[in-house]
Design a protein around this ligand. Structure first.
Ligand SMILES: [Zn+2]
Ligand SMILES: [Zn+2]
Length: 144
């Protein structure tokens, strides 16, 4: 996230609190996570304010919405090119810096001009890997 003081949004104290929370945050928080995270600093903040701020920031291109889980959208203040390692068990999302290029063979592009692509790697984080017994168990979790 660039310096958010000049992003062209009206920066209310509530919005600034959310921006401070997001700045440099690598956990890909959901709206609920943000709501809980700012609660001590701003007890009167409503979840609706968190949502409307996220929508405004998304519109300005300052956060990316990750729809990996349609029931629980996650937000990413890192808007530069990067990929994600996603733990299918605990839903942890870890950044992989840089662009991970996927080349679609000419014949399979079906006349599309490809503008961008996002690469997501699904698997188990080190903590979950230690806890899971078999790969079969893991796949059952992923598919359920
Ligand atoms: Zn995990
Ligand atoms: Zn990310």
């Amino acid at each position: 996230m660039e310096n958010y003081r000049d992003i062209g949004l009206k920066l209310t104290p509530q919005r600034l609190t959310i921006l401070d929370y997001l700045q440099g945050n690598k956990s890909h928080p959901s709206a609920e996570d943000i709501y809980r995270g700012v609660h001590d600093r701003f007890p009167t903040m409503s979840l609706a304010t968190v949502y409307s701020t996220l929508t405004a920031l998304k519109g300005k291109g300052y956060v990316i919405e990750l729809a990996l889980d349609p029931k629980k959208k996650r937000y990413d203040p890192e808007t530069g090119p990067h990929s994600h390692l996603i733990c299918v068990s605990c839903k942890r999302i870890v950044d992989v810096p840089g662009e991970c290029r996927v080349d679609l063979p000419e014949g399979e592009r079906q006349d599309f001009v490809v503008l961008e692509s996002h690469v997501e790697f699904y698997g188990l984080c080190p903590t979950c890997k230690r806890e899971k017994k078999t790969a079969k168990e893991v796949l059952n979790v992923h598919r359920s």
